[in-house]
Design a protein around this ligand. Structure first.
Ligand code: PLP
Length: 425
């Protein structure tokens, strides 16, 4: 039998989709149960007082792990077997040393800022960002003393550097945070360019700039930011990884050095996911590659249908980028597939967009994305309602814009529904 940590047979390396059913779990722990049980417990019994003392010393960094030793389980706010197995499985997709699971995508993103950025330091961030993240970087983090400077897709490195110098003169750049493709416009941000900016501001200190990438829209299948110079990859697991619109969770993956401070922050701010959420996510990971491949295949058909439709004024889908578009070169270099998120403008404004949304019968009118069911929403008044009008206009979040997350339904049924709803416009 293979050891629970084996990721290869002889010298044949197994792909993550082949490892999602068993990696990191040994059925012998649980009466031969093929699947890991839900370890629904808040606390763990110590074999002795001495063992409890050693576990706490490890948790507080007062002692180091011995070679081959695994940290003892203490309390489910620190860790739990369902989360530990899930985290081991999550490392495989991005080929990362470590992963950490949180109670939401926002929990993972907030933890990244709190663990790695101090008041007075600068966060350079891309735009647009998911509405919640936008609020965090434009309101919450500045209130905590962090300096945030934004840039848009398509801006040159020189323009970004000039803005940084103008808006945060003399302050230390600590993090470049990007969301690519961006929610809701599918704008691509060049990860390698952002890594080059970070490196240019490095001085060899332990506060050198790091690059964090929200990989929710394409990851983990169609984009691997660590390969392009990112240090931390973030996920709203609520979306494609969970994939069934039945849980809220997030994750951060990266090197041990990046993740370790975040583990401590998670313990003290209490933002871990529950054992049941961890179990559901392991169930979901088994079909992740199947779902994302099918969703992408259907999205390509949907995009082709929309691009030819007279009631559709413009469409943003990575699979439709042509070589004249500067985004095409970034897409070819950085993405492994176009994914299944489509944004398009209805011919008209908010009224026409609402007519379309209200007429949908198979596609559900709801925020969120990446689930098995197709979802449509109106970014300008739903997910990005909190973004200032000036920013919305600059970022292309217009009143006519609709965001569509393509699910696993039969493609012709989706096309029929979209067509009949467009007739209502
Ligand atoms: N990042 C992106 C790109 C998102 O779209 C979302 C939510 O829509 C989040 C982060 C936040 O994730 P969660 O809702 O799991 O906190």
């Amino acid at each position: 039998m293979r050891d629970k940590w084996d990721d290869s047979i002889d010298d044949h390396r197994l792909r993550p989709e082949s490892l999602m059913m068993g990696y990191g779990y040994n059925p012998e722990w649980s009466e031969g149960s093929m699947k890991s049980p839900v370890f629904q417990t808040s606390t763990f019994a110590f074999p002795s007082a001495e063992a409890g003392k050693h576990y706490f010393a490890l948790a507080y960094g007062l002692e180091e792990l011995e070679e081959g030793e695994e940290p003892g389980l203490i309390y489910s706010r620190m860790n739990n077997p369902d989360l530990e197995i899930l985290e081991d499985r999550l490392t495989l997709w991005d080929d990362a040393e470590a992963a950490l699971v949180f109670n939401s995508g926002m929990g993972a993103i907030t933890n990244t800022f709190l663990s790695h950025v101090k008041p007075g330091e600068v966060i350079l961030h891309s735009g647009p960002l998911y509405g919640g993240t936008d609020h965090l970087v434009n309101h919450t983090l500045p209130e905590l003393g962090m300096i945030t400077v934004g840039f848009c897709a398509g801006e040159s490195r020189e323009t970004i550097e000039a803005r940084l110098a103008a808006e945060a003169p003399g302050a230390h750049l600590r993090m470049v945070f990007l969301e690519t493709p961006a929610n809701p416009t599918n704008d691509l941000i060049d990860i390698e360019m952002c890594a080059a900016i970070a490196r240019a501001h490095a001085t060899g200190s332990d506060r050198d700039p790091i690059v964090a990438v929200d990989n929710t829209f394409l990851g983990p299948l169609w984009q691997r930011p660590l390969d392009h110079g990112a240090d931390i990859v973030l996920y709203s697991l609520t979306k494609f990884v969970g994939g069934h619109s039945d849980l809220i969770a997030g994750a951060a993956v990266g090197s041990n050095a990046m993740i370790q401070p975040m583990r401590a922050m998670r313990t003290f701010t209490g933002s871990q996911a529950s054992p049941w959420t961890g179990w559901l996510l392991m169930r979901s990971l088994e079909t992740l590659a199947l779902r994302m491949a099918r969703q992408q295949e259907t999205a390509q058909r949907v995009a082709q249908f929309l691009v030819e439709h007279p009631k559709v004024k413009s469409i943003r889908y990575l699979g439709l980028l042509t070589s004249e578009d500067p985004q095409h070169e970034i897409f070819k270099r950085q993405s492994l597939g176009p994914g299944s998120m489509i944004s398009f403008e209805i011919d008209g404004g908010e009224e026409e967009a609402f007519r379309f949304l209200n007429a949908l019968r198979l596609v559900h009118l709801a925020v969120s994305l990446g689930g098995t069911e197709s979802l449509a929403e109106h970014p300008a008044t739903f997910t990005h309602a909190g973004v200032s009008a000036e920013h919305k206009e600059k970022l292309g979040i217009t009143p006519a814009l609709v965001r569509l997350s393509v699910g696993v339904e039969y493609y012709a049924d989706l096309l029929y529904d979209l067509d009949q709803a467009l007739k209502a416009v």
